[in-house]
Design a protein around this ligand. Structure first.
Ligand SMILES: [Zn+2]
Length: 464
């Protein structure tokens, strides 16, 4: 069955970056693939007689967003870490305890809450950050909700005191192998996996080498959090040269954060085809110093594929890609006092086609082109923030509200309709998430400190 979304303004983000003011996108629900993109009159004239034509007047259609770095498992601890907790406190004092107490049911609820937020804000594909304790819990949620997900499990064989889920090198490798095989054999093609290490400081040299070899052997990508903590805060600098010695400097590598790098690193990343996940909201809140160190404009200029990542519920605190694009398109203008830094068009590419490249899925998703997966978002312009529609890309990146996500399709299946989820029952999920969060925090013996006093019904003792 063919569906045609007709008379929308279509931002294809294809190789020519075509914009179709009265455009249409046709897709086949069975194959989940796009069958035509073009002016509405041409696409409808060439359509099969039984095609369902949906009038998308006052809609802007874009490719679904790709979030390249999402920690699903922190959702039930959102807002737990005090705002003032510094880089040396928030992991050992808070998040290690939270992750240490997570159970598979919690991870399932976390994933459902995350997927609901992602879909309602226009993201159709996410890559887990490599902190899944039970990857099958997340894979089941991806399968059931209809979103597209690339999964990564918690992988570390050394680390500081209190780091949860340490494994032997052999166990970590075997478990990754089982995940790669399990995602391939037991789930549909919306579920994929890559080998994702927690960090360079929490993996031994044998683990780094063999994990990369395993990924290469299986044709999967490999990712690691890189240069995300400043040396003054206990982080280590890992230059491109060291990555090369470890076998990690190639096009099947994704580095997340990559804040503390120099131009020589950037050039070597570009030459090798290394991909970078940029997480602006987490960087701001975790005081990474993007204004001083971030070389994202230079990476883009050099041809490094740079995607956007929303990171975690105690960093970003949200998965709203519109805000990530807004920051990408504005921060560096101010930092460099140069209006030409990262135009809105580039920010939209980072959220779509470049993000797809960061997950090695750019042949399948990231733009609206015939043959690609029908992962797309229809934005309603029937909101004051969208009017007038003088410049659709500026409107989308700088001023569109999240609530203008009207419809979302993944693989040709409609998952959001008139702003409501079709595969997740929020009325059932939200109270279940609250109850799960209470149980989790009680087991972890953690409580979000409030700075202000609480009084009246529901009051609690406070400490700041
Ligand atoms: Zn992260």
């Amino acid at each position: 069955m063919t569906t045609i979304l007709a008379h929308a303004l279509v931002l294809t983000v294809d190789d020519r970056r075509r914009v179709l003011p009265d455009g249409a996108v046709a897709f086949d629900e069975r194959s989940g693939r796009i069958t035509a993109v073009g002016p509405a009159d041409e696409v409808t004239a060439a359509a099969p007689s039984d095609a369902a034509i949906v009038d998308c007047t006052d809609r802007v259609i874009t490719p679904g967003f790709v979030d390249t770095h999402v920690h699903l498992g922190e959702q039930l601890g959102r807002g737990l870490v005090p705002d003032h907790a510094g880089p040396t406190e928030w992991l050992p004092d808070w998040l290690f305890h939270l992750y240490g107490a997570l159970e598979p049911d919690d991870e399932r609820t976390c994933a459902e809450l995350a997927v609901a937020e992602l879909l309602l804000t226009g993201t159709t594909t996410f890559c887990e950050a490599g902190t899944l304790l039970d990857w099958r819990a997340a894979a089941d949620v991806v399968e059931a909700t209809g979103i597209r997900g690339q999964l990564g499990r918690w992988t570390s064989d050394q680390g500081p005191d209190g780091l949860p889920r340490l494994e032997t090198t052999r166990a970590a490798l075997d478990a990754n192998e089982a995940m790669l095989d399990g995602c391939r054999d037991d789930y549909g093609d919306r579920v994929s996996a890559s080998v994702i290490l927690l960090g360079l400081g929490t993996a031994s040299e044998p683990l780094l080498r063999e994990a990369k070899e395993l990924a290469t052997d299986r044709g999967a990508g490999a990712a690691v959090m890189h240069a995300s903590v400043h040396p003054d805060h206990g982080g280590q600098l890992v230059p491109a040269e060291t990555l090369e010695e470890l076998g990690w400097l190639d096009g099947a590598t994704k580095l997340t954060h990559a804040v503390y790098v120099d131009m020589e690193d950037v050039e070597r990343f570009a030459e090798a085809g290394v991909r970078v996940a940029h997480c602006p909201t987490a960087a701001l809140r975790h005081v990474k110093g993007l204004h001083r160190y971030g070389l994202i404009p230079e990476m883009l200029e050099s041809g490094v594929p740079v995607g956007l990542g929303s990171d975690s519920a105690n960093g970003s605190n949200h998965f709203r890609m519109l805000q990530l694009m807004y920051l990408a398109a504005t921060l560096y203008k101010d930092f460099r006092m140069d209006q030409r830094m990262i135009p809105p068009e580039t920010a939209l590419e980072m959220a779509t086609r470049q993000g797809a490249a960061c997950l090695w899925l750019d042949d399948e998703i990231g733009s609206l082109e015939v043959g690609k997966r029908a992962d797309l978002v229809a934005w309603s312009t029937e909101h004051p923030e969208w009017r007038p529609l003088l410049h659709p890309v500026q409107n989308l990146v700088l001023n569109a509200p999240d609530r203008s996500v009207e419809s979302v399709w993944v693989n040709g299946q409609q998952l959001v309709e008139r702003g409501r989820l079709r595969t997740i029952d929020l009325d059932e999920l939200l109270p279940r998430a609250d109850a799960a969060a209470s149980g989790l925090l009680a087991r972890a013996d953690l409580r979000a400190p409030w700075s202000w006093p609480s009084e009246g019904p529901g009051a609690r003792g406070h400490h700041g």
